[in-house]
Design a protein around this ligand. Structure first.
Ligand code: SAM
Length: 226
């Protein structure tokens, strides 16, 4: 899988793409993340990529030309499954969307800044608009990082069995069961007896019951989707 992220702040994504799961996935050759500096596609001598909005509104707007040049260059090199724009008015990112996008071969994620991007790019080039929540960030980089992390960690082979993504929250519309590690007792706080019993079937049953109980209590809306 390949993800191309287009941004005016490539430095912000540098560590993110080299570290942890995403870095490891790249070193294993399972994923390629390419970060493109949008300013490299500007024809302006100051490398500007934004201008004042028509209509006299406040703020600045990212111009069509640099974005079009960057996306068109990438599209000439390979076929993309989706060209995603991060935007607060987009479709809400969630686990099912991450699952679907993890099956893609090539994705572009465009990060907005300032007041956003010239709407014509959204009308003519973007195939999917995605929000990571009902709040406004300064730029799309953190949204791109959130999405990339959630997508990459479920690409087959990226995380090992010991961290199996299948038992994480939201897979199957359930929250995960609580987890514990050694010591079995700390300051008098005890680990549930069943987890020390070695009885595999009972442990599985406990895990499922805990998942249902926590989902019912904390996120009953998820059970309606089951
Ligand atoms: N004027 C825009 C609006 O009200 O919808 C907000 C622009 S915001 C300051 C700048 C950029 O940050 C957006 O273009 C988008 O790329 C990114 N961004 C902000 N909030 C986001 C969110 N919740 N999800 C995804 N991207 C977001």
């Amino acid at each position: 899988m390949r993800i191309d992220i287009i941004t005016v702040l490539p430095e912000l994504l540098q560590n993110f793409t080299q570290e942890s799961i995403v870095g490891r996935a790249q070193r294993k050759g399972l994923v390629e993340i390419h970060v493109h500096n949008l300013r490299d596609y500007s024809t302006d001598k100051w490398r500007r990529v934004d201008d004042y909005p028509f209509g006299g509104f406040a703020g600045m707007v990212m111009q069509c030309e640099p974005i079009d040049r960057c996306i068109s260059k990438l599209m000439a090199e390979r076929k993309y499954d989706e060209i995603i724009f991060t935007t607060p008015d987009g479709e809400q990112f969630d686990q099912p969307m991450a699952n679907t996008l993890s099956l893609a071969e090539n994705l572009i994620i465009l990060c907005g800044h300032y007041k956003g991007i010239d709407y014509r790019i959204r009308e003519h080039l973007i195939t999917k608009e995605v929000s990571i929540g009902d709040y406004v960030l300064t730029g799309g980089e953190l949204a791109a990082a959130v999405m990339t992390d959630a997508i990459v960690r479920i690409v087959p082979g990226v995380i090992g069995d010991e961290q199996s993504a299948l038992s994480d929250s939201f897979q199957d519309n359930l929250l995960a069961a609580p987890v514990y590690t050694r010591p079995a007792e700390y300051k008098g706080w005890k680990v549930p007896d069943v987890l020390l019993s070695g009885h595999e079937a009972k442990i599985k049953e406990w895990e499922l019951n805990q998942s249902y109980e926590r989902t019912k209590r904390l996120r009953p809306d998820l059970l309606e989707k089951k």
